[in-house]
Design a protein around this ligand. Sequence first.
Ligand SMILES: [Zn+2]
Length: 240
Amino acid sequence: MMEIVAVPAFADNYLWLVHDEASGETAVVDPGDAKPVLAEAARRGWTITQVWNTHWHPDHTGGNIAVKEASHARVSGPAKENIPGRDVGLCEGEQLRLGEHVGRVIEVPGHTSGHIALIFDDDKVAFVGDTLFAMGCGRLFEGTAEQMYQSLQRLTGLPPDTRLYCAHEYTLSNARFAAHAMPNDAAIERRLNDVERLRADGKMTVPTTVRQERETNPFVRATDASEFARLRREKDSFRS
Ligand SMILES: [Zn+2]
């Protein structure tokens, strides 16, 4: 079994610790800050053996070097981006392992041009970085709307019960935008209510699932790249 633990950092990041009991291996996904992940791993008696990065942004890679120095972890990240301390460059179709768990790499450009996602098909788990958020998606810093639209379609083409681990708690503002962009939509209204309640109680709203995103994410439901582009522009200036 793959145990996945959220470590909150900064204002709204989630750094994910992924532990495999059988092999004793532990990976950290996108350690923007080393301190909280090292502390949480130590508290659980885990040693971080791998770092997996989805993209180069400092709130995802800022702790790479310190984690590596603390535990000699091997750093794997997108081959096409500048990743601090990287040992293994990952491209589309390549694999990585945590014990017996095998993940595959897909390239999901849009937020950054070399952004990757890590998919563990047998575990029905995907680490999606800043590409897809619950009811939203990442901003287009380096890629095009066409690229991001295709990236979201690939991720939500996974089996419906796949859990998607995104890197930020943005769901409430995304849900408000979704209700504005697609008014009178029962599934979106219902999820907005759920998310409001969870956040009022200080609870997390991720991971999400492919099924939930197909139903309630306007960026995923967009029928083509131009509708996606219009929604993305609108969201960039939306104040909830
Ligand atoms: Zn980012």
